[in-house]
Design a protein around this ligand. Structure first.
Ligand code: ZN
Length: 179
């Protein structure tokens, strides 16, 4: 059996033996310079997947936070669809480093909702973004601060193999991952 692994430099091309892939050795070293400096990357495993239905009138952000804390999920990601009765979104003002609040007081479809779980101040912390659609199908979206559930179906992946912690980042004014 031949064992292929992902190139540790480009993360895309597979290589057969120890070392980096042929693409990286031939052409990639120059091309990937920017790429290598443009991100930090960790490989981790999915340890468990959870299927969750949230009940009416709970706050999605709070419920997902409680779920993560109760089950000791320190790293993970999730997607959800459904509908919200009302919501508070955040738009981050990149110049002044502060969130502006957008209040939505009417029912909306939760056309898309993605979130992640990591540690902040040593405790599981949930970060959620959402796209909401109104009765005409018009969409708006942003950082979800509060979302009162009408119906919500969640698929959560628990990750293992990394300690994902949020630390204050001077350049953005946000608490970002320490990777
Ligand atoms: Zn956000």
């Amino acid at each position: 059996m031949e064992l292929y692994q992902r190139c540790s430099k480009c993360y895309r091309h597979n290589y057969l033996a120890k070392g980096d892939c042929a693409w990286y050795r031939k052409e990639g070293q120059e091309a990937m310079k920017t790429g290598h400096d443009s991100m930090s990357l960790f490989e981790c495993n999915t340890s468990k997947e959870l299927i969750v239905r949230l009940k009416q009138d709970v706050d999605l952000v709070q419920s997902m936070t409680e779920l993560a804390r109760n089950r000791g999920i320190e790293a993970g990601s999730f997607v959800a669809i459904g509908a919200l009765k009302r919501a508070r979104l955040g738009y981050y003002d990149q110049k002044n480093h502060e969130y502006r609040e957008i209040k939505i007081d009417s029912p909306h479809e939760m056309a898309s909702c993605v979130g992640n779980i990591s540690l902040k101040d040593g405790k599981p912390f949930v970060h959620v973004h959402v796209v909401l659609a109104d009765e005409k199908g018009n969409a708006m979206g942003g950082h979800l601060s509060e979302g009162i559930v009408f119906a919500a179906e969640v698929h959560l992946c628990q990750l293992e193999g990394l300690r994902l912690e949020r630390k204050y980042d001077e350049a953005t004014g946000l608490s970002l991952w320490n990777v």
